[in-house]
Design a binder for this molecule. Structure first.
Ligand code: DCT
Ligand code: MG
Length: 507
C-alpha cells in the first residue's frame, strides 16, 4: 500500500478554497518541462481538482486548466477508461494519440516521489475506441487502441509476433518458477495483448501506447527488434533454477511445490530424480515418469478426435442423449495440445451423475486406462462464484491417462500392455468434466479457455460489470440473482460483451 494514500490527498473543502485563491498569486518553478498534466474533474470535483493541481505545481509539474494539444498526461480518479473518454467527448474535448490516460494512482505516486514516476500497467486507463471516431482533434490513423481485457480483443492463433510473445511467455514461466506472481501475471498479460495485434511489430512507436507494456517489456521488444533475440531472456533461461524447474514441471503430477522441494534437496535434472530410489513419488508422478515421452510429445488433432469419438461411443451407450463436447485448446482451433479436455452433460436432470464412473469402468475393462484420478463434485448451490481469477471449479471430474490406439490400430489390438518399440498405442492425457445441464454453458466457456482469456473475463466481470463469474455461473451483485444462460452467446450478452468465437479466445 502506498504510504501516501489517496485519502491523504483529499482536501478539506475549506483548504481547497484557500489554495484555489492562493494559486493565482504563486508562480512555481517548472522542474519537469516534458510533462503537462490535465486533471479530469468528473468524480474528482472542482475543489479537489484545484487542490491537486496546486500541489502538482508546487512539486514542479505543469498543469493545464483546459485540455489542449500540449497536455501529455490526462489523470482521472474513480473513472474507467471508457468513462473518461465519454466525458471528454461530452465536453467536446479531444486529445492526441500521444497523450497518456492515467489513473490518479500515478499522480499520487508522483506527488509522493516529488518527481514523475515510471508509468506502470496498473496506472493505465484503457480506452477502447474506434480510430475513425470523430474526435477533436482527430486521433491519428496510426493509433493503436487495445482494450486491457482479453475478452474485448479478438485473438486468433495467427500470432504474427511470436518472436516477442515467446520471449514474454518464457519470462512469465521464469517468474512463476521464482514464485513472483506479480511479474508472472504482468508478462502473461503483455504476451496476451501482443498476441491480439493484427500487425507484426516493426518499430517501437507501434507499441508505445499499448496497455500492460512497461519499460522492462519495451526494452525486451527493442532488444529483439535490434538484435533478433533478447540476451536478457537467454540469460534468465540459462539459470540453474529455471532449467531444473522446467524439467521437473514437465512431469505429469509435478507442480511448483514438488519442484521446489526437489530443488532444495539438491536435485537438478530428471536423471537425478530417477536415480534416487529412496524418493517417494505419488502414483500420478510415477505414471508421469513411466509415460514421460508420450505425455510430453503433444497431442495431435487426430489423436484428440480419436479420443473424442472413443468417449462418445462409450458415454452414448448408457446415456444416448448425453452432450459430449471436445473443449480446451482444440475447441479454439489448436492443432496440438498438452491434453484432451472433454465436457459431458445431459439435458435430463441428474442423468449425468453416473456417467464418469461408468465411462472409467468401460475404459478399464477395455484395457485403455493407464491412470485415473477421480475428483467428486464439491459444488454448493448457494455459494457465490469465487472472486479469484484462477479459482478452480467444483465439478465432478477425472484426470486420466489413456492408452490411445494409434490411428491404424483397432481398439482390440492394443490389450498388450508392453511399452516397448512397435507398440500400437500412445499414452494421452485426458480430462473429463461432468456438469449439470443448467451450468453447462458456463462450464463450456470456462473450459474452452485460454487461461488468460478466462482470467481477463473474470476480471472484467468483477471490475466493469460488478458481477461474479466462475465455471458454474454468473451472479449479478446489484440484482442479487444468478443469471441463467443456455449458451455462451447469452453469457456474453449478460456481460455486455461482443460475442467472441472460441477461435478468437486464444489470448
Ligand atoms: N481450466 C479450468 N479449470 C481447470 C483446468 C483448466 O477452468 N482446473 C480451463 C482453463 C483452460 C481450459 O480449461 C483448458 O485447460 P488446459 O488443457 O490446461 O489448456 P488448453 O488451452 O487446452 O491448453 P493445451 O492445448 O496445452 O491443453
Ligand atoms: Mg487442454
Amino acid at each position: 500500500m502506498n504510504p501516501m494514500s489517496q485519502s491523504a490527498l483529499v482536501p478539506l473543502r475549506k483548504k481547497a478554497k484557500m489554495v484555489h485563491i492562493s494559486q493565482s498569486f504563486c508562480q512555481h518553478h517548472i522542474k519537469f518541462k516534458e510533462i503537462v498534466l490535465f486533471l479530469v474533474e468528473r468524480k474528482m470535483g472542482s475543489s479537489r481538482r484545484a487542490f491537486l493541481m496546486d500541489l502538482a505545481r508546487k512539486r514542479g509539474f505543469q498543469t493545464e486548466i483546459e485540455l489542449s494539444d500540449s497536455v501529455t498526461h490526462i489523470v482521472a480518479e474513480n473513472n474507467s477508461g471508457p468513462e473518461v473518454l465519454k466525458w471528454l467527448q461530452s465536453k467536446n474535448l479531444g486529445f492526441t494519440d500521444k497523450t497518456h490516460i492515467l489513473d490518479i494512482s500515478w499522480f499520487t505516486e508522483c506527488m509522493e516521489a516529488k518527481h514523475p514516476v515510471e508509468i506502470q500497467n496498473r496506472h493505465l486507463l484503457t480506452v477502447q475506441q474506434d480510430c475513425s471516431a470523430n474526435f477533436n482533434p482527430p486521433l491519428s490513423s496510426s493509433c493503436v487502441q487495445v482494450s486491457q481485457y482479453a475478452c474485448q480483443r479478438r485473438t486468433t492463433l495467427q500470432d504474427t509476433n511470436r518472436i516477442f510473445t515467446d520471449a514474454f511467455d518464457i519470462l512469465a514461466e521464469y517468474f512463476e518458477f521464482s514464485e513472483n506472481k506479480g511479474r508472472k501475471v504482468a508478462f502473461l498479460r503483455a504476451s496476451s495483448l501482443i498476441k491480439s495485434l493484427p500487425f507484426p511489430i516493426t518499430a517501437m512507436k507501434e507499441v508505445e501506447r499499448l496497455p500492460w507494456l512497461g519499460d522492462q517489456m519495451k526494452a525486451i521488444i527493442e532488444e529483439i527488434l535490434e538484435e533478433g533475440k533478447s540476451y536478457k531472456v537467454l540469460e534468465l533461461m540459462s539459470e540453474e533454477r529455471y532449467k531444473s524447474f522446467k524439467q521437473f514441471t514437465s512431469v505429469f503430477g509435478v507442480g511448483l511445490k514438488t519442484s521446489d522441494k526437489w530443488y532444495r534437496m539438491g536435485f537438478r535434472t530428471l536423471e537425478d530424480i530417477k536415480n534416487e530410489k529412496e524418493l517417494k513419488l505419488t502414483k500420478m508422478q510415477k505414471c508421469g515418469f513411466l509415460y514421460y515421452e508420450d505425455i510430453t510429445s503433444s497431442v495431435s488433432w487426430a489423436e484428440a478426435e480419436t479420443t473424442d469419438q472413443l468417449i462418445k461411443s462409450i458415454v452414448w451407450k448408457f446415456v444416448p442423449d448425453a452432450v459430449v463436447t471436445l473443449t480446451g485448446g482444440f475447441r479454439r482451433g489448436k492443432k496440438n495440445g498438452h491434453d484432451v479436455d472433454i465436457i459431458i452433460t445431459c439435458p435430463r436432470k441428474g442423468k449425468e451423475k453416473n456417467i464418469l464412473h461408468n465411462t472409467i469402468s468401460v475404459l478399464k475393462n477395455q484395457g485403455l486406462l493407464l491412470f485415473s484420478d477421480i475428483i467428486e463434485s464439491t459444488f454448493v448451490e448457494t455459494k457465490l462464484p469465487s472472486k479469484h481469477v484462477d479459482a478452480l471449479d467444483h465439478f465432478q471430474k477425472a484426470f486420466l491417462i489413456l492408452k490411445l490406439p494409434t490411428q491404424q490400430t483397432a481398439i482390440g489390438d492394443i490389450i498388450d500392455p508392453c511399452g516397448c518399440e512397435g507398440r500400437k498405442w500412445k499414452a494421452v492425457r485426458l480430462d473429463l468434466v461432468i456438469t449439470p445441464y443448467e451450468q453447462y454453458s458456463y462450464a463450456l466457456l470456462g473450459w474452452t479457455g485460454s487461461r488468460q482469456f478466462e482470467r481477463d473475463l473474470r476480471r472484467y466481470t468483477t471490475h466493469e460489470r460488478k458481477m461474479m463469474l466462475d465455471n458454474h455461473g454468473l451472479y449479478d451483485k446489484s440484482k442479487k440473482v444468478f443469471l441463467k444462460a443456455s449458451n455462451e452467446e447469452e453469457i456474453f450478452e449478460h456481460l455486455g460483451l461482443d460475442y467472441l468465437e472460441p477461435w478468437e479466445r486464444n489470448a
